[in-house]
Write a protein that binds this ligand. Sequence first.
Ligand SMILES: C[S@@+](CC[C@H](N)C(=O)[O-])C[C@H]1O[C@@H](n2cnc3c(N)ncnc32)[C@H](O)[C@@H]1O
Length: 304
Amino acid sequence: MTDSSLLRDYIGNNSFLWNDFLRNELLSDDVISFLVSVMHLSGKTASESVLVFLASLRYISNDYTIASGFGKSLEIKPFLSGNYDELIRLCCTKKVQANFPERGLPVMEMISLQKPLKDVFVIELGASYGLIGKLLLNMPDIITKTNNYFTDKQQFPVSWLSISSYLGIELDPPDEKWLLACTPDDQHLIRLKQFIEDYRNTENFLLLKGSAFDLEDIIAENKIDCLKVTPIILTSFMTYQLSKSQNDELESVINSFCLKYDGVWLDQMVRIASAGHDDAYFIRKDGIAYVKLDSDRCENWEFL
Ligand SMILES: C[S@@+](CC[C@H](N)C(=O)[O-])C[C@H]1O[C@@H](n2cnc3c(N)ncnc32)[C@H](O)[C@@H]1O
């Protein structure tokens, strides 16, 4: 398949991500040829190129509601020709970094079922802004629903426990503006801004710039004693951004870490990682699926 047909396929088949107007804009020849250039220059997949393009439009325009697929849209062609260089730069250098706190809710239920013997230390690889960590560390507030970030439809964990600390490791920690530009839902945006504000000063929270592949070195450099705790390694909607060989390498980094420190690896997987396999949203522990998620927004889930 050519890059252009991969793009057309992805845009055509994922209508839940955008309205008809935006889909037609994305399918125009100018946009497709721009996206093909992004794929060639950056090595990104079709899906990632489209998503990073939409985030870049919102970022440059300073309007998070445009190109959201839900709210108002914009005619992309004139915007593209007026901002071509800046758009290419952003699309090639930035990654999609949407970060949804609610993704931590089913993870919390999974963690509590491990019955850890020591204090739980969550290390998230590919943490973006670290909002899953903020949720995990603020569970008393979250579980009593004092925070109004969540909608009525949100499922909450049946059981949960206190997390002693959280470390997020992120290749390129986003600034708040880029994070919000990666949020493709303008209704959600308002609540997300409030959530960020509410938990800005969370204790025992650390977000470090670094690569997931350097997990061992980062732990050593920061003098973190993982033998005193139960480390939970979390990869949440990040492995789809890695190639097959990178995924294999990461798996071996995580497995040897877990072996050394008696840790557990929880992986939340995104649908576009497995094109052709619908509804492939799971939490896997050490490679085995335990939880089925309704979507990458984790509004509902069930144990298998
Ligand atoms: C789609 S975001 C998901 C963020 C968060 N885990 C969540 O579920 O909301 C994926 C993140 O993984 C990061 N990432 C990708 N490869 C990475 C690597 N090798 N090391 C560290 N972070 C990485 C990206 O920069 C991005 O912020």
